[in-house]
Design a protein around this ligand. Structure first.
Ligand code: PEP
Ligand code: MG
Length: 547
């Protein structure tokens, strides 16, 4: 028995046989072509075939994994038609190179440019470019879409899997996958979570050499273990854990359509966090009671220029309309720190996490802020909107942000443009300063939403982006819990509601604690809504406090 450890990205157990995957398309050794015209036609045919394959994968993703996941392949369809990408391939063919070389070289260069970018969203596009280039290459080589293997109960092991490879996986035969590379936020990992397949990433570059095709193995997506040739005892332990997991999953599904109410009758809202309008579908599918955090900065990250008021208005209106009167809290842009956009021209900073970000940037450049606020207030008549400011650290910032809101409302009024006068205005409590002065801040807003990701980072002085600090980051840090408790008390003493929208909200080992603190709302990744509801429904606040 051999145990290898990586990073689990979907917590479930699979017991099956190793299937090692190597990339299917031919290496492009021949680089000069005899006939440029022939290469152009070959490229065109391969591209058409690739487009029709991606369309099929899109349809499969739509039925198997939902709209949000399928969007990835919509992006692939856009990227494969991208003018710059196609011009670069054509230029190489014009220089006399083969279609294979031209695609491989362009794919490599574009993927590298994306990988070199600072912001995480653009970095992730690198895998997409590789994916579509690999697909065109595979079509050029004349190979049909890969069917992997005729065997069953497969644990697919590869250096890396592209999103379309992950999605093409035959769910009847493949029960897990394990890769040498990848990050927990890569599309592949997100796909694994949305289709619910146990997966481990980051096993290290030599890991494929330790495997034998067909060997029996266990994948534990919770612990990140890949156990090769397990002994009888390990097999028994993991089989038992697997049976318990299946039982739990079925029980969690039973919570659909039910109330978020504890055994003693305390009600709480469970909302969903989203990053773009497409995620609304996932929030609805997972029975979320509202949107507790719409990270609006993704609208800015998606572009190479400032989004216009009209573009933003359409997005906010769509989200509000689709949520049909349920609460939708849209956070004003949180650009800066790890979410940097070049066109904002933020000067280089020694400590970007402590720099010109979020509300600071908005107050520094009110014209950007005002455009967003105009779009938000105009959209407010299409649903139940709450506007939330990120990274507040003083009362003055909140007062100034609200003054700008009033200015926008007055402008709309004199232009006879309708807006909802009752739009709630709240703040993220995600700096220790905001938590400590929450008693004062509560007097100037309608709600608090505690951002535990940043609150933990700033309270413990542990950079949330730094993987080497994992062992120092206590996700249940007492200092952070005290700040949450104090913030909840300040909110209620001043008659406003308080929620949590950081990752801690989905940690069910803390649910009872949060309920006892009087937290009114928990906003989590859509796929965690039912799990958190299940925990709430099993909690009895009249009993002794759990640990
Ligand atoms: C947080 O900081 O907890 C939060 C929800 O915001 P973000 O993760 O976008 O910084
Ligand atoms: Mg934050």
């Amino acid at each position: 028995m051999v145990k290898l450890i990586g990073k689990g990205v979907y917590s479930a157990i699979a017991i099956g046989n190793i299937s090692v995957i190597k990339k299917s398309y031919a290496e492009t050794s021949e680089i000069k072509a005899d006939d440029k015209n022939k290469e152009r036609i070959r490229l065109e045919n391969a591209k058409n075939e690739a487009v029709s394959q991606i369309k099929k994968i899109y349809e499969k993703a739509l039925t198997d994994a939902g709209e949000e996941t399928a969007q990835i392949f919509d992006i692939h369809l856009m990227m494969i038609e991208d003018e710059d990408y196609n011009d670069a391939i054509s230029a190489l063919i014009d220089e006399g190179y083969t279609a294979e070389y031209s695609v491989a070289e362009t794919g490599k260069n574009f993927a590298q440019s994306f990988a070199d970018m600072d912001d995480e969203y653009m970095k992730a596009r690198s895998a997409d470019i590789k994916d579509i280039s690999d697909r065109i290459l595979s079509c050029l080589s004349g190979k049909k879409d890969d069917n992997r293997s005729q065997r069953e109960n497969l644990i697919i092991c590869a250096d890396d899997l592209s999103p379309s490879e992950t999605m093409s996986i035959d769910r009847d035969k493949v029960i897990a996958f394990v890769t040498a590379f990848g990050s927990p936020n890569s599309h592949t990992a997100i796909l694994a979570r949305s289709i619910g397949i146990p997966a481990i990433i980051g096993m290290g570059k030599d890991f494929l050499q330790k495997l034998t095709d067909g060997e029996k193995a266990i994948v534990d997506g919770e612990t990140g273990e890949l156990i090769l040739s397990p002994d009888k005892e390990t097999l028994e332990v993991k089989s038992k854990k697997q049976a318990e997991e299946k039982q739990e999953k079925a029980l969690i599904e039973e919570n659909r359509g039910k109330e978020n109410i504890t055994l003693d009758g305390t009600r709480i809202d469970v909302f969903a966090n989203i990053g773009n309008p497409q995620n609304v579908i996932s929030a609805i599918e997972n029975d979320a009671g509202g949107i507790g955090l719409f990270r609006s900065e993704f609208i800015y990250l998606d572009k190479e220029r400032y989004p216009t008021e009209e573009e933003q208005f359409e997005i906010y209106k769509t989200v509000l309309s689709e949520m049909k009167g349920k609460k939708v809290i849209i956070r004003t842009l949180d650009i800066g720190a790890d979410k940097n956009v070049e066109y904002f021209g933020i000067p280089r900073e020694e400590n970007p996490a402590l720099g010109l970000r979020a509300i600071r940037l908005c107050l520094d450049r009110p014209e950007i802020f005002e455009t967003q606020l105009r779009a938000l207030f105009r959209a407010s008549v299409h649903g139940n909107l709450g506007i939330m400011f990120p990274m507040i650290s003083s009362v003055n910032e909140l007062i100034e942000a609200k003054r700008i809101c009033d200015k926008i409302k007055n402008e709309l009024k004199s232009d006879n443009i309708p807006y909802d006068e009752n739009t709630e205005i709240g703040i993220m409590v995600e700096t220790p300063a905001a938590a400590v002065i929450s008693d004062k801040l509560a007097k100037h807003c309608d709600f608090f939403s505690i951002g535990t990701n940043d609150l933990t980072q700033y309270t413990t002085a542990c950079d949330r982006q730094n993987p080497y600090l994992d062992k120092f980051c206590d996700t249940e840090n007492t200092a952070v819990l005290r700040l949450i408790e104090y913030t909840a008390r300040s909110a209620h003493e001043n008659g406003i509601w308080v929620g949590i929208c950081g990752e801690m909200a989905a940690d069910t080992s803390l649910t009872e604690k949060f309920l006892r603190m009087g937290i009114d709302e928990l906003s989590v990744t859509p796929s965690f809504v039912l799990r958190v509801r299940d925990k709430i429904r099993k909690t009895n606040l009249k009993g002794h406090p759990g640990k």
